[in-house]
Design a protein around this ligand. Structure first.
Ligand code: HEC
Length: 580
C-alpha cells in the first residue's frame, strides 16, 4: 500500500519548510506520482507568458487563455485543451487588479448568478467591492430535461419524472388495458420481485401498471416517482421498480465535510457571457445566436453590443466563461485554501434527522472545488474542466505510465485525514446522507444528518476499463497526461503559491458538435468520464465506464449527438434574465 506523503513532496520540500509541515500531519492530501511520464507539459517560456508580468511570481496575476485563437489541433493530443484549463484556473484565482485581496472571480470581470426566483429565473449581479456573495446550499442537481436524477442499477443516470395526477391529486398510471387509472394506495411487498403494488379506489390491485411518460421523454432513460401518503416508490417504463428499491434519494443531496460544515455553491459568468446572453435574449445581436461564440465575427458582435450599452469587455479573448465553485466553512482549516467571506444559510437542528432554515450569516469560506467551462475556437460546446483541493477526497485505484517505461498501479488508500472521507473508510462511498426536502434538510440514513465518505472513482476522468479518448491508447496514458500537466504547472508556480494546493481532475469536450455519449460510444472526448468529488458526489458510483458518466451527461444541450451544440449546454442560460 502506498504511504500518503505530504502534498507537495512531488515538487520539492521547500513548502514544507515554510509551514506546510504544521498541517500536513493533520490533513492527508492526494499526492501525484512524481515519476509520471511528462507527456503533457507547459514549457517554461509558455508558462511565463501566461503571467501579466511575463514570469511566475508568488500568487502572480495570470491572463486568461486566448480562446479565440485556440489551436484546436488534434495532433497536440489533448494537450492544448489541458493547457487551456490550467491557465483559466490560474486566471480566475489570480488576485484582481486593484482588487484589495479579491480574486478575478470576485472582480468586475465576472457576474454572480443568483438563485432561481419564484418563476425559476436567475439574475446576473455585478461583483461589487462592498458586497460579499450570497451562497446556496447544494442545489438540486437536475438531468438534461431539468428533472432530478437518480443512479440506476447499472450506474447510469435516470431522470425522475413526476407522476401525472388526477384532479384529486392521486397519481395516475396506465393499467394493463392501457387506460389511465388512479392509485389510491401503495402496498409494499417486501422480498417480492416488484416490491410494491398499486390499489385503486375499489381496493383492487391495478394489473400490469406502467408509468405515463410525456412524449418528449419517451426515448430518455427515466423512472417515475409515485407517492401516495408517506409511501414513495419508483416505477420503471417496464413496470417494475427498476431495481431502485424504495428509500433511495434523488440527487438533491446535501454534502457535509468531515468537520461538520455543509458545502455551499456559487455560479459566476464572465462579462463576455453576460453580454452575449443579454444580446441574444434581447434581440441586440442578430441574427439571434443559437450557440456560444467561437469566432472573431461573433466576438465583434458581442463587443459592439456591449459598447452600445456603455460597457467595455475586460477580457474579450477569453470568450464565454462560466464557473461553478464549492466552498466549506474555513474554521479550523489550514492556510492552504483560497478563502473568501460570503453569506451562507444557517439552520436550527430540530432533531438529528431534521434541520430547519434559520436565516443567513456571514462566514469565512474555503474553496474546495471549481468547475470552469468556456467556449473556444471550434468548440461551441465548451471545454469543461474541473479542479479540486488536494485534501478533499481519496482516489480509487488507477494506473499511469512511469518514467521507467512501466505502467504502475496506484492502489486505493483512504488512510489519513480527508475533508470528505473518514480515514480508513472501506465501503459505502458517495452515499447520500441527507437531502433538501422542501425547506428542510432531512436525513436519509439512520445515523441522522452527518458527513459521508467520498471517493473519486475515476481519479482523472478515465474509467478503469476503457480508454477515455482516441488520442490515447488506454486510461493509463490519459491519466499520465493529466498528472503530467499538474506536475508541470504546480512545479513551475512559486513554491508558496496558494494555487499549488489545487489540481486539475481533468477536462472534456467533443468534436465541436452537440455532446452525446462518452468515447468510445460517442463524441465526448478528453477526460470523458469526468466528475468532481464535491459537486457530482452522489452520482459518482463506479470506476467502470458509463456512457454518460461525464459533465455532458447533464450538460447535453438537448440536441442530437453530432448536430450543432447549442447554448443549452449551459444549464443556466435559459433561465437567465438579460442585463438591464
Ligand atoms: C447530474 C447532472 C450534472 C452533472 C453530471 C454535471 N453538472 Fe454541471 N450543472 C448541473 C446543473 C443542473 C447546473 C445548473 C445550476 C445548478 O443547479 O448548480 C449545473 C451548472 C454548472 C455550471 C454553471 C453554469 C451552467 O452551465 O449552468 C458549470 C460551469 C458546470 N455545471 C460544470 C460542470 C462540469 C465541469 C461537470 C463535470 C465535471 C458538470 N458540470 C457535471 C448538472 C450537472
Amino acid at each position: 500500500m502506498r504511504t500518503p506523503r505530504p502534498i507537495l513532496a512531488a515538487w520539492g520540500t521547500v513548502l514544507v519548510a515554510v509551514g506546510l509541515a504544521l498541517w500536513s500531519s493533520a490533513t492527508t492530501a492526494q499526492t501525484l506520482p512524481a515519476d509520471a511520464q511528462p507527456t503533457a507539459i507547459v514549457p517554461p517560456a509558455l508558462f511565463a507568458s501566461w503571467f501579466e508580468k511575463g514570469q511566475p511570481g508568488l500568487n502572480g496575476a495570470v491572463k486568461p487563455a486566448d480562446s479565440l485563437s485556440f489551436s484546436n489541433d488534434p495532433n497536440l493530443k489533448n494537450v492544448d485543451f489541458y493547457r487551456w484549463a490550467a491557465q483559466m484556473f490560474l486566471w480566475v484565482t489570480s488576485p484582481a487588479q486593484n482588487g484589495q485581496g479579491k480574486l478575478v472571480l470576485h472582480s468586475p470581470s465576472f457576474f454572480l448568478v443568483s438563485r432561481p426566483d419564484d418563476q425559476g429565473q436567475r439574475t446576473l449581479m455585478p461583483n461589487a467591492d462592498d458586497k460579499s456573495p450570497e451562497l446556496l446550499l447544494r442545489v438540486a442537481k437536475t438531468g438534461s430535461h431539468g428533472l432530478p436524477v437518480i443512479v440506476g442499477k447499472d450506474g447510469n443516470l435516470l431522470e425522475v419524472v413526476p407522476a401525472k395526477l388526477a384532479s384529486d391529486k392521486k397519481p395516475l398510471v396506465l393499467n394493463g388495458a392501457g387506460h389511465e387509472e388512479a392509485i389510491d394506495k401503495i402496498r409494499l411487498k417486501k422480498g417480492a420481485k416488484v416490491p410494491f403494488e398499486f390499489l385503486n379506489s375499489q381496493n383492487s390491485v391495478i394489473a400490469d401498471p406502467k408509468p405515463i411518460i410525456p412524449d418528449n421523454l419517451r426515448t430518455s432513460p427515466i423512472v417515475q416517482r409515485i407517492t401516495v401518503d408517506d409511501v414513495s416508490v419508483f416505477l420503471s417504463p417496464s413496470g417494475d421498480d427498476g431495481d431502485l428499491g424504495t428509500g433511495q434519494g434523488t440527487t438533491d443531496g446535501v454534502l457535509m465535510a468531515q468537520g461538520g460544515s455543509l458545502v455551499y455553491y456559487m455560479i459566476s459568468v464572465n462579462d463576455v457571457y453576460a453580454y452575449f446572453m443579454t444580446g441574444t435574449k434581447g434581440g441586440g445581436i442578430t441574427p439571434q445566436p443559437t450557440q456560444f461564440p467561437t469566432t472573431q465575427t461573433e466576438l465583434d458582435q458581442i463587443t459592439q453590443f456591449a459598447n452600445a450599452k456603455g460597457k467595455t469587455l475586460l477580457h474579450p479573448l477569453a470568450l464565454c466563461v462560466e464557473v461553478k465553485t464549492s466552498w466549506v466553512e474555513a474554521d479550523g482549516l489550514p492556510d492552504s485554501y483560497i478563502k473568501m467571506t460570503a453569506s451562507i444559510p444557517t439552520y436550527n437542528k430540530i432533531d438529528a434527522g431534521h434541520w430547519k432554515p434559520a436565516g443567513h450569516k456571514s462566514a469565512k469560506l474555503a474553496l474546495v472545488g471549481m468547475h470552469i467551462a468556456g467556449s473556444v475556437k471550434g468548440h461551441p460546446e465548451m471545454i469543461w474542466a474541473t479542479f479540486e483541493h488536494f485534501c478533499n477526497s481519496p482516489n480509487a485505484s488507477y494506473k499511469y505510465n512511469a518514467l521507467d517505461g512501466s505502467t504502475k498501479t496506484v492502489a486505493q488508500s483512504t488512510a489519513g485525514n480527508w475533508l470528505f472521507c473518514q480515514g480508513g473508510a472501506t465501503d459505502d462511498f458517495n452515499t447520500l446522507h441527507q437531502a433538501v426536502e422542501g425547506d428542510l434538510i432531512r436525513a436519509r440514513v439512520v445515523g441522522g444528518i452527518s458527513p459521508s465518505n467520498t471517493i473519486r472513482f475515476k481519479p482523472f476522468g478515465a474509467s478503469s476499463d476503457k480508454g477515455p479518448n482516441k488520442q490515447v491508447s488506454d486510461s493509463a496514458e490519459s491519466n499520465t497526461q493529466i498528472i503530467s500537466m499538474n506536475n508541470s504547472v504546480c512545479g513551475q508556480l512559486d513554491t508558496a503559491d496558494i494555487r499549488k494546493n489545487y489540481f486539475m481532475v481533468g477536462a472534456t469536450w467533443t468534436d465541436g458538435s452537440a455532446p452525446g455519449k462518452s468515447f468510445p460510444l460517442g463524441n465526448v472526448a478528453g477526460a470523458s468520464q469526468l466528475a468532481n468529488s464535491t459537486m457530482e458526489t452522489f452520482t459518482q458510483r463506479r470506476s467502470e465506464f458509463g456512457s454518460r458518466d461525464s459533465c455532458f451527461g447533464c450538460h447535453t444541450s438537448n440536441a442530437a449527438e453530432g448536430t450543432k451544440a447549442t447554448t443549452g449546454v449551459s444549464r443556466i442560460f435559459c433561465s437567465l434574465k438579460a442585463l438591464p
